[in-house]
Design a protein around this ligand. Sequence first.
Ligand SMILES: [Ca+2]
Length: 435
Amino acid sequence: MPKVSSSRLLFFTMLIFVLALAACGNDDSTSEEATTDESETATEESADDSETATEESAETEPKVTEFEPAFPEQTRAPKVETETELNVEVVAEGLDVSWGMEEFDTNRLLVTQRDSAELLILNLEDGSVSDPIEGTPEVNNEDQGGLLDVTIAPDFDESRLVFMTFSEDKDDGTLTAVGKGVLSEDETSLEDFEVIFEAEPAYDGTLHYGGRIIFDEDGNLFLTTGERSDDPIRERAQDLDAYLGKVIHITQDGEPVDSNPFIEDEDALDGIYSYGHRNIQGVDFNPETGDLWIVEFGPQAGDELNIIEPGSNYGWPTVSYGIEYSGELINDGISEHEAQGFVEPVYYWDPTSAPSGMSFYDSDAIPEWENNLFIGGLAPNYIVRVVIEDDMIVGEERLLTDEGQRFRDILVTEDGALVAATDGGMIYKVTAAGE
Ligand SMILES: [Ca+2]
């Protein structure tokens, strides 16, 4: 990596030189920036100029921070546009916040309702919604809490095992919990529901639960958590004796997976897979590489897309490409991750995209979307599509921008339909027109 740093240094040095030359013949453009450091201003402008001259970014709003990316592809990727004509259909409406979805049978989804804590079955073909399934857990549904994600065991056809995450009340606060139950043959109840994992410690707050779950190819679960938001509890994202702000790797019984990176470390919790995360709201495996990708909420800006490496530290809240909601710097405003010994995000957003549930498009139904990543945006309200080459983001698009919906979760069906759930109770289905 020193190689990258020195070439980048050379690049910026040249950039500043060229810019300084350009600024000489351009008096009025920088006058309102007079109080800021001149070389910084010059660098920023030159970067902007060179980008807009050649390719337009999908992001049109100004940055809210002064931070520069560690490498050019790390933010504000060139705008791309889907050429396939799309059919956008509202399959269902009038639901609660549909936080998680899973296709358990062709074109039939299990859908969680965050606030009412109901688990429903949605038929994508006729839009019908079942009565709530009995036997779901008690949850704390204040603020960001409730019934969160849902997935099915790899052997669901035989075991009928359904796994869910939720925010659970404990004596000393709340925490993110995982439970499992058996879906009855008549699909009306979850039987023998039991909690298999609790992301301790509990905390007296109702924010940042994380809560996504996904099975790996060995039949073990990855669970994501949040760092519970407040200062100082959020510092626990850096601690290996707390399950806050982590990616966690457990068996179907909630036990740490034998190969976990800290299993030999007596001071670390055995379930931890990676750490230094803020609030991970989306997770999926990249179908091309098999790598686990996650998206996590930043503070004000600094939302991150990360590729998860076992045992690695992703930096929060020591470093961030975002700032406090108050506008203050976080920890003196260090953005660069790698220089501080942390993993750089593969991509970040400034201003925010408020990234929630995500899914890779692992279908060829819309060929130009194959292996692209789709991420729900809560505020601003759109679906983000990113195009990836060699683990770099080379294009970004915003979809369904006119719908005015907070997109909470994204799912790609076996048939290649893109399904999006919103906080406003809608379920959208996006397919190629004419299909
Ligand atoms: Ca980070």
